[in-house]
Write a protein that binds this ligand. Structure first.
Ligand code: ADP
Ligand code: MG
Length: 699
């Protein structure tokens, strides 16, 4: 950008050292450019001028006219009031001031044309207006406060005291655009601007601060949001190109006997269309000499494990080993059992690596992986610990990827040269827009179909008054041999209290269900103790499992057909959906019972209703994103989301799609940004690419 934009804000007209210091401290505004990016918080329409004659009620009006008379009126108590008569030619109005009188008296002149804005009130047969906002139209900047759609800038007490309230900000913004507005550089190419019908940048900046109309404002916002998305997507596109150049993998060139044999003779069911489609997508990736980075999203129970296993068969057919990493030992063991069963039929060998294994077992697995006797390794983090060596690792599958750090996986990658292909499976559906930003350089496959014949889970919402009936219902199911989860919310700020709730709840349930066994797991337990309790539930030694949200991660107990969630309104939608997915894995009709507290927020109500109305994880995720916004949706621990200033991932999906298209097309056509018409993009990207450098996406 021009050096002008790096200019210290102190030198802008109407700023000076004192205000500059406050702007720095309060808003982080140091330069002209920082101020340019300080966008209005809201706009008020003062473009319509009313006539005094037409005033009927006490709604806000903008009037243009002049003062005919000013007078200071003293009451008996000595307090003063400034009274002025104002006319616009259609009638008279009395203006009153009780404060700041001296200053107003000095600045108002009889006969000068002014615009006023305020809320009139009736006084006898006359209308009057107290403390109107006044704009002197003959002053150069006056028109920026009125007779327009007027911007309001976020201010602080300190800034207001220095005169930088909404009006003060408007004034300096006006001077900024006066002085430098024409020099705002364009940063998109003419081709992109015309193809996506985008306003040019200087105009967009002017319009976003001082819009000529709502239509102009909208066009300006669209243009600037596009720009935000565009440069972010360009970074992703370039990163992807880079990955493709540097992350080489072995191509799996053929489908051979393992895959075909399994497909023809051992597949226990027909694959769903979605499973087939995703397998095809994986197949295509794997045949390339470039590392696959594919995320498979599929609701709970959509059959991701089978897709993963069949991908491992492709690896085997090409002489490669595979690894499957799960977030907990229990999950790893579950995968191990299922996958071993299939693998056995093909004469393939599977090893399990989890913490706390017997030394002998462990070294046997380690040896088998190193000498190539084992085809598949399944495990937890234990898999990526140093001594684990593979003979020929070709494919890494990560299940429930949200529970892993990117670094952990990166370490696993290094266990093979070149890199193994990478398949990530998640049951937390992420709306398309988020996937595109978070996983912008990862390909996404979606299993959007459940195997046939599943009975949809029944979701019921109850208040406290129905508790005994609910317990009665659970008792019947237990008597019929089923099991139930009871979940208590765990909110980080009050972990202790919530733990207490779970422990108390456990006691209560033990009393009420004294003829059944009730177990408990919570986050404060040692991993061993937790596993032990989980195992007891899996083995049906306990009938009810009380827990805080630790069971969220995909345990599979097909015999459990009820999940009761206490204070359900305190959970996020996606979390509720995840919890619900713990049941409905067996033949029996499954139930999700949401117990609601007495005090329900508006959002809480919406969440419970959404849960009752849909079982589609993607719909729920979209809705959740809209309710909570991207930051909360992903949880505070996910630092991967970029902070867009204007653009909103939940609301601006259409713009995101366009910007992404534009960025990826450009990256294809001119990957090094060498063409003359792309120079504005290049120079902006150079400077602003840094802004995004810290953002870790899954690459
Ligand atoms: P998730 O996607 O939650 O990991 P799983 O892979 O555990 O789901 O599959 C859930 C259950 O559905 C398993 O018992 C699995 O054997 C079964 N399953 C998977 N695919 C199909 C299919 N196409 N038809 C019938 N059952 C299937
Ligand atoms: Mg699974």
């Amino acid at each position: 950008m021009e050096p002008l934009w790096a200019k210290d804000i102190t030198y802008l007209k109407r700023v000076g050292p004192q205000r500059a210091k406050a702007l720095q401290q309060e808003c982080g505004i140091y330069t002209y450019e920082d101020l340019l990016y300080y966008f209005p918080r809201k706009y008020v329409d003062r473009s319509r001028v009313s006539r005094i004659r037409d005033i009927r009620d006490e709604s806000y009006v903008t009037l243009v006219g002049k003062i005919t008379h000013i007078e200071l009126v003293r009451s008996r108590k000595g307090r003063g009031r400034l009274v002025a008569d104002f006319t616009d030619g259609t009638g008279f109005l009395e203006l009153n001031w009780f404060q700041g009188i001296k200053w107003i008296q000095k600045s108002l002149k009889v006969g000068e044309e002014i615009a006023i804005f305020g809320k009139p009130s009736r006084y006898g047969s006359k209308w009057q207006l107290s403390h109107p906002e006044i704009d002197r139209l003959r002053q150069e900047e006056g028109a920026k406060h009125t007779l327009n759609i007027v911007p309001f800038y976020p201010s602080t007490e300190k800034l207001s005291r220095l005169g930088l309230d909404a009006r003060g900000f408007r004034a300096i913004m006006y001077h900024l655009l006066e002085e430098a507005g024409r020099l705002i550089p364009e940063n998109l190419s003419p081709a992109i601007r015309s193809h996506y019908r985008l306003m040019d940048r200087p105009e967009a900046m002017r319009q976003i601060h001082f819009p000529d109309s709502y239509r102009h404002l909208q066009a300006a916002q669209r243009r600037l949001k596009f720009e935000e998305f565009f440069f972010f997507q360009l970074m992703l596109a370039r990163r992807r190109t880079n990955t493709r150049i540097h992350h080489r993998s072995h191509p799996f060139t053929h489908i051979g006997r393992y895959f075909n044999d399994f497909f023809a003779h051992h597949l226990p069911f027909e694959l769903t269309k979605a499973q087939k489609r995703v397998l095809k997508e994986i197949r295509k990736d794997l045949s390339q000499p470039v590392q696959m980075n594919r995320l498979v999203q599929g609701d709970v129970g959509s059959g991701k494990t089978m897709v993963a296993f069949m991908s491992m068969l492709m690896a085997k057919d090409n002489g490669f080993q595979s690894a499957l990493m799960a977030p907990t030992a229990i999950l790893a063991e579950q995968h191990y059992k299922k996958i071993s069963r299939h693998a056995q039929k093909l004469g393939m060998q599977v090893g399990l690596l989890v913490g706390g294994q017997k030394k002998a077992d462990r070294s046997e697995v380690l040896e088998g992986l190193q000498n190539g006797q084992l085809d598949i390794a399944i495990g937890t983090h234990a898999l990526i610990e140093e001594p684990v060596q593979f003979q020929r690792l070709g494919l890494v599958v990560v299940d429930e990827q949200h529970k892993f750090g990117v670094m952990q996986r990166a370490r696993l990658f290094q266990k093979a040269d070149p890199f193994p292909h990478n398949l990530i499976m998640t049951a937390t559906p992420i709306p398309r827009t988020l996937a595109m930003t978070l996983y912008g350089d990862v390909d996404v496959s979606v299993i959007d179909e459940l195997p046939p014949g599943r009975k949809p889970i029944k979701t019921l919402v109850f208040g406290e008054s129905k508790r005994l009936e609910v317990f009665g219902f659970i008792r019947k199911e237990l008597q019929a041999g089923r099991q139930a989860y009871v979940v208590y919310p765990l909110v980080e700020e009050s972990e202790k209290l919530d733990l207490l709730a779970a422990v108390k709840g456990h006691e209560l349930l033990e009393k009420h269900f004294h003829d059944f066994r009730v177990g408990i797991v919570h986050g404060k337990m040692q991993p061993d103790a937790k596993e032990f309790e989980m195992q007891r539930f899996i083995n049906r030694e306990t009938h009810i499992l009380v827990s805080t949200t630790v069971i969220e991660v995909g345990v599979d107990v097909p015999n459990a057909n009820i999940i009761l969630i206490e204070n359900a309104e305190r959970f996020g939608l996606s979390q509720l959906h995840q919890l619900r997915g713990r049941v409905g894995r067996g033949q029996q009709q499954a139930y999700c019972i949401l117990m609601k507290g007495y005090k329900l927020s508006q959002d809480g109500k919406k969440r419970l209703t959404a849960m009752r109305e849909t079982t589609d994880g993607f719909k729920i995720a979209e809705y959740d994103l809209q309710l909570r916004g991207p930051g909360d949706f992903l949880g505070t621990r996910q630092s991967g989301i970029p902070q867009f200033q204007l653009a909103n991932l939940a609301e601006d999906q259409g713009i995101l799609l366009e910007a992404r298209q534009a960025a990826f097309d450009l990256n294809e056509a001119d990957p090094r940004l060498n063409l003359p018409e792309n120079q504005p993009i290049r120079s902006f990207y150079r400077r602003y690419g840094k802004r995004y450098a810290g953002i870790s996406t899954v690459a």
